[in-house]
Design a binder for this molecule. Sequence first.
Ligand SMILES: *Cc1c(COP(=O)(O)O)cnc(C)c1O
Length: 366
Amino acid sequence: MAADIIEAIQPVFKQFASDNYAGICPDAWQAMERANCGFASSYGDDDWTGQACSCIREVFETDCQVFFVFNGTAANSLALAALCRSYHSVICHELAHVETDECGAPEFFSNGTKILHIPGSGGKLDLTAVEQAITRRSDIHYPKPRVLSLTQSTELGTVYTAREIGAAGELARRHGLRVQMDGARFANAVAALGVAPADITWKAGVEVLCLGGAKNGMAIGEAVVFFDRGLAHEFEFRCKQAGQLASKMRFISAPWIGMLRGGAWLKNAAHANRMARILADELEKIPGVLLMSPCQANAVFAEMPDDMTTALRAAGWHFYSFIGTGGARFMCSWQTTEQDVRMLVSAVQAAAAGPTEVPHGKNGHV
Ligand SMILES: *Cc1c(COP(=O)(O)O)cnc(C)c1O
């Protein structure tokens, strides 16, 4: 009976909705399996977790302090809460996940810290606007700016260069702000830039990184990486209180060993980036399709007429619509194949050609 039910569940084939639609990559899966070899200490007091922390220290070439939590919302919220008091504020981009997609968790876990959101083209913070937000007021009535939060790669699929992060870090330092990085897609940025992870984090002024695992190919889990160990004071209590301390921690931590040791994290990210590049190049050639921001990581944002997105959805394609009218986000992952990309491109071409051009009605009716 159970087998029948499982067999009846079909994977989603036509999708570019998110990199979290993907499954678990072999390296993460095998590491989980190896960790499943008997008893181990609980709550992170185990060798798998110890080794995973060591791997992260090696990758970042520094003696950072590492905590493993279930998801990115927890990682960001708890990291920001650790950096702020309730009367502080966090400055981030207006499209930042912490502002738009965390249901107020950063404010909740910090007991009222206010998020101040700033514009900037391509999903990147405009540092002039950031400085204005910091210096606009210094009186007792304004929530005191305390943290600058950057997303790398950004919510619009762009990537901050090491120089840009350095400039943001320098600005923050000058005004006494801490720097937190939302790195849900940090691997994609490292793969895109071809730099050492240290060069776009602690060496550029980032003090806390929320390092993404799930979208990179793990089942679940993100790592909160404190480059300034002092900031991690009592962080384990925050994790526990927030329900983020896994009792069987090794199944969250062991996959990091599998991902980092053999370089799968960057291989996965580079692959996803490459798929997005191909997709962007092909979509750009289709009349009526306009790329909305430069494709620098694993996302493609395309503006197309409503009847085209409607036709794509009718043909069974899953993707998210973005800000503005008619915008679509196509996200690639470690599991996206070149064939998936070709299939989507054909579907967009068919949608662009209009209803009469759909071959044999295979792509559904428009
Ligand atoms: C996906 C994502 C996260 C994490 O989201 P969760 O669903 O909480 O794991 C954080 N930041 C960005 C930019 C994301 O895209």
